[in-house]
Design a protein around this ligand. Sequence first.
Ligand code: COA
Length: 322
Amino acid sequence: MPRLTFPVAVHLFLVKDNKILLLRRFNTGYEDGNYSVIAGHIDGGEDVFTAMIREAKEEAGISIQHDNLHAIQAMHRKKADEERIDYFFKCSKWDGNITIMEPDKCDELIWVEIDNLPCNIVDYVRAAIVNYMGNNQFTIYGWQQTSANDFYLVSPSSGHENQYQEMMDEWEAHQAQYGGWFNPGALRRYSSSQKRTVTYAEWLKWIEDDRKAGQELYFFMSGEKIIGAITIRPKKNAQNIGLDGHCGFGIRPSERKKGYATKMLNMALPIMKNHGINPVVITCDKDNIGSAKVIQNCGGLLVNEITSEKTGNPVQVYHINL
Ligand SMILES: CC(C)(COP(=O)(O)OP(=O)(O)OC[C@H]1O[C@@H](n2cnc3c(N)ncnc32)[C@H](O)[C@@H]1OP(=O)(O)O)[C@@H](O)C(=O)NCCC(=O)NCCS
């Protein structure tokens, strides 16, 4: 039987005070929109320390001395039908200014409190950070099935296509029974009725373009299943907030009234806080009792009631202070 060979990657925890440097993936086709750390595969013909020093230079423009790089964790990871070995390093001393060196693959480098990580982190990287804080040096990941009790937010990626299609089919099939339309609106553009003309890959491209323009979409997951989605609009401010507000959300029909929208909005609030949004402005049609309750459950205070110019219907404006 042929011997297995595994891809090997190196990951850098650049740590300063109580903060860790995260890198937001962009345009790579893998986990785009989610945070990871400086990382890469070993090229061959280089040891893992050399590979890590090279990646730090290539991705963030910094120089690290070998003595300042500490191996802190090895992870044996299972991902679908593939196995991988990941090495994690810690460094608190480097030369040079941290700079985005590969803007075609990364659109943000950000320091975050290590014990207050954003929701949208690549899952095994989050696990590695948690292991690091627990001083665990040898870890395994992905060998157990994700449990349906694991709830998380994630940016749409190519791996979600089947789940997404299934959710949209359900959503469309239940229109008559449940009323209401797809929400957030970014889902609408890839509904079943459009799928003959729009591929999932094209839809993903739209979502990526939206993100550049200031609108982020996250799936709310329970294990492997998409339960709903939420849009965040970090570029909205007091001048241009309009009736859109900072976010819009929806839960697939079969999963409503189980507390999921409340859970999803609560999980999205730290992302908005990271964007510097405060207060979060959310609007909802006055007769959308479920939506109003979700907002109130998350600390929303009714501050205004206005009439929509588009529909003539009353719209409530809520603020959530972060
Ligand atoms: C509105 C919506 C997001 C609520 O999702 P959900 O997962 O059912 O909400 P939750 O389970 O967290 O419910 C929160 C509260 O609202 C209540 N609620 C939910 N839907 C309700 C409805 N249709 N009528 C009355 N109350 C409702 C729940 O009973 C719960 O009450 P509680 O806090 O007193 O226990 C969902 O119905 C939906 O996706 N609708 C279509 C899209 C939409 O309208 N989005 C909001 C636009 S901003």
